[in-house]
Design a protein around this ligand. Structure first.
Ligand SMILES: [Zn+2]
Length: 120
């Protein structure tokens, strides 16, 4: 990833919006920046068939949500659950200052909270 990749995701976000028949959804906010991410997953046979997002807030937050949806497309649930905050920072691929890290990891945290609730 590079700044170009971030710009591409901002110009044409991957799976931005609400899909037709999501199984599960959830949202999370980052009060420090005013970011809010909502994720909608359609899970079919233990695989993330599609994940869509809606993101409000700063550009990093929006780009990270879009990148996460793209990277997790077609992944099985175990692999999706293993996606870490370090992974999204690596996928974004540009240096992030400590106070902006939360903007990038919000989408991953949202995903984790959805999956945890699924298992419960
Ligand atoms: Zn932010």
């Amino acid at each position: 990833m590079s700044t170009d990749a971030i710009r591409d995701h901002l110009e044409s976000p991957f799976h931005c919006g609400v899909p037709e028949a999501p199984n599960v959804c959830g949202s999370r906010r980052n009060p420090a920046c005013g970011d809010e991410v909502t994720l909608y997953l359609r899970i079919v046979d233990g695989v993330v068939d599609e994940m869509w997002h809606q993101a409000k807030g700063c550009l990093l937050c929006k780009a990270a949500a879009s990148i996460l949806c793209e990277k997790t497309a077609g992944m099985n649930l175990r692999d999706v659950a293993a996606v870490s905050e370090a992974d999204i920072l690596e996928w974004i691929g540009v240096p992030i200052t400590p106070r902006r890290v939360q903007c990038c990891t919000l989408a991953v945290q949202t995903l984790k909270s959805i999956l945890t609730r699924q298992q419960a």
